[in-house]
Design a protein around this ligand. Structure first.
Ligand SMILES: [Zn+2]
Length: 333
């Protein structure tokens, strides 16, 4: 009996250790996609959409290793603070690619800590919308407008090829790249950018068609084109579809909405005859549910393309899903 118990306890310990190892493995692969690649140039990206864009630029180039600073399940960077691990990852980086527009609130810390780190700002030259949630701030969620996303691709292409062209060798050792390598890498980045832009342009055309459909449906069914959104990110998508953001509700785990605030939203929804509430999977939907129950407005789940499987096509897939969601919303009687 005792012997059996010892064997049982032993197996339990073994099982626990195996589970722990598996969890550690999944965590590692969730954060870094390029573990074990021996590359000369180390690119770190600030968060998910920037990572997805960048791996499309560097596809098929083994000389470049791309890592994401944040986990692929983290979502947007609002209020994000750098960790010691982040600073360690950046200490080995040659290039840091950011979204810009204030998404990376910690940027000054990075520039102070690593004054020689090359920073590529994908938001450069983009005229961003004003934030509906934070007065006086920009709305940095520009990737949700495919037209602006194409500007981000061009910013990445230019930033990366400029950097490679001037590359003087690795700070922390590793194989160096010569002039011939540089030409090959730059050519590949240029052709990757062209191919990815073509696919995004296709998506952009689909969205323009959607815009016409949604406008037409809204007019013929006499549906209000006003919507309530639960994340600033939706403003760009709504604008593309001819929808007007009547109300932006900030969902913050630390400071839940007061009863008065919820009542105010419910009143606004009734007054403007708003039919659509656009929320996101990663947010707690209690408030959206309450507003929906009290007003009859429908909830639709939008994908802001800030989390996912980190596949190259993940942005395109998320956006096509959004097109379907919007079509579905306006096709209902
Ligand atoms: Zn956001």
């Amino acid at each position: 009996m005792r012997r059996k118990l010892v064997i049982l306890a032993g197996s339990m310990v073994f099982l626990a250790a195996a589970v722990l190892l598996l969890v550690l493995y999944i965590n590692r692969t969730g954060r870094k996609a390029s573990e074990g690649v021996d590359s000369s140039i180390h690119v770190v990206t600030s968060f998910y959409p920037v990572y997805v864009l960048t791996i499309n630029m560097t596809d098929g180039i083994s000389d470049i290793k791309v890592d994401s600073l944040t986990d692929f399940s983290r979502g947007c960077l609002h209020d994000y603070r750098l960790t010691t691990n982040d600073m360690r990852l950046l200490s080995d980086a040659d290039v840091f690619v950011i979204n810009g527009g204030g998404m990376e609130e910690y940027l000054q810390d990075v520039m102070d800590g690593y004054p020689n780190l090359k920073i590529i700002n994908l938001g450069e030259g983009i005229d961003m919308l004003e934030s509906k949630l934070h007065e006086g701030e920009k709305n940095p969620h520009v990737w949700l407008d495919p037209q602006l996303y194409m500007v981000q691709i061009e910013n990445a292409r230019k930033g990366l090829t400029d950097f490679i062209g001037n590359f003087k060798g690795k700070r922390g050792g590793g194989r160096n790249i010569d002039e011939e390598d540089k030409d090959r890498i730059i050519d590949k980045i240029n052709s990757n950018a062209e191919a990815y832009t073509a696919r995004v342009r296709e998506l952009s055309d689909e969205m323009d068609n959607l815009l016409d459909t949604v406008k037409g449906k809204a007019e013929s069914n006499k549906i209000s084109a006003k919507v309530v959104v639960f994340h600033d990110s939706f403003a760009y998508l709504a604008g593309k579809a001819g929808l007007e953001t009547a109300y932006a509700v900030e969902i913050d785990e630390d400071t839940p909405l007061s009863a008065g605030e919820v009542a105010e939203i419910i009143n606004a929804v009734r007054q403007d005859n708003i039919r659509f509430l656009f929320t996101e999977e990663q947010y707690d939907d209690n408030i959206a549910n309450r507003i929906s129950e009290e007003t009859g407005a429908q909830i639709y789940i939008i994908d802001s393309a800030v989390t996912g499987d980190a596949e190259k096509d993940s942005y395109l897939k998320a956006m096509r899903k959004n097109i379907d969601t919007l079509k579905g919303a306006f096709e209902e009687p």
